[in-house]
Write a protein that binds this ligand. Structure first.
Ligand SMILES: NC(=O)c1ccc[n+]([C@@H]2O[C@H](COP(=O)([O-])OP(=O)(O)OC[C@H]3O[C@@H](n4cnc5c(N)ncnc54)[C@H](OP(=O)(O)O)[C@@H]3O)[C@@H](O)[C@H]2O)c1
Length: 236
């Protein structure tokens, strides 16, 4: 399969790219930083001793044209697209009274509008293949909003509604759409040091495994919503 993972330069997206490559798939990763994309592309190619099955594309999902280009690159390089994982995301914690217009826009345009851009570009190619899968990475905080997370929680709650509507829209075409809602993951997300509290938080690999397990479901089956929590959170 050919799998496009937005935000695949580190964290959950990178762990997912590693697993998909190990399973023999073609993988396209994206990120906004040229250095980050080049480094991740090289490391992923080395990890499977095959640089031909992975490509990195510099793409800011907030930009419709760049999102379309990432999808077209996957299709041209590998002959089609089977799976789109909308994983790119940002989180900026700030009380509403202190949140700037730029921060609000960055969160909403990355987490919600970016997913729209990539889905719109990918759907015709998935239809051309006779079906496929779109996996949208949301967050449990979309259903359990917290103080200081208004913009982030709103972006992910919007993503949930977008995803459920899209699922109904494209189901009859054989395109499966799944919402994945992780709890706390020990990545460098939102400026946290990567690996912090990794004794109790989920690891990026756990979410990656859940997504690759999902993709192994038989064609008649659509797990449409997947919530993943740390099994034993810190007390208190
Ligand atoms: N970590 C958690 O606790 C947690 C919990 C629930 C849900 N999630 C969700 O899981 C997803 C991945 O998070 P993570 O923890 O793996 O975060 P991460 O380690 O910070 O990785 C985020 C990835 O997204 C990319 N990205 C950011 N803005 C982008 C943009 N505008 N266009 C394209 N790529 C962009 C980053 O690349 P560049 O820096 O190069 O742009 C990076 O590859 C996010 O959607 C997040 O909301 C995370």
């Amino acid at each position: 399969m050919t799998i496009l993972i937005t935000g695949g330069t580190r964290g959950i997206g990178y762990a997912l790219a590693e697993r998909c490559l190990a399973a023999g798939h073609h993988v396209v990763i994206t990120g906004t930083s040229t250095d980050g994309v080049s480094r991740a592309e090289a490391a992923l190619g080395t990890s499977v001793d095959d640089t031909t099955r992975v490509i990195g594309v510099v793409c800011d999902v907030r930009d419709a044209g760049e999102s379309t280009r990432a999808v077209e690159t996957a299709v041209q390089r590998f002959g089609g697209l089977d799976v789109l994982v909308n994983n790119a995301g940002v989180g900026i914690g700030a009380p509403v009274a202190d949140l700037s217009d730029e921060e609000w826009r960055r969160i909403l345009e990355t987490n919600l509008t970016g997913t729209f851009h990539c889905c719109r570009a990918a759907i015709p190619h998935l239809r051309a293949r006779g079906g496929g899968w779109i996996v949208n990475v949301s967050s449990l905080s979309s259903t359990r909003p917290f103080a200081g997370g208004a913009a982030y929680c709103a972006s992910k709650a919007g993503l949930n509604a977008f995803t459920e509507a899209l699922m109904e829209e494209v189901r009859a075409d054989g395109i499966r759409v799944t919402l994945v809602l992780p709890g706390s993951v020990a990545t460098g997300f939102s400026g946290r040091p990567a690996g912090q509290d990794s004794d109790w938080r989920l690891h990026a690999e756990d979410v990656a495994q859940a997504i690759t397990d999902l993709l192994a479901h038989p064609p008649r089956s659509l797990p449409s919503r997947l919530e993943i929590r740390p099994a034993q959170p810190k007390r208190g």
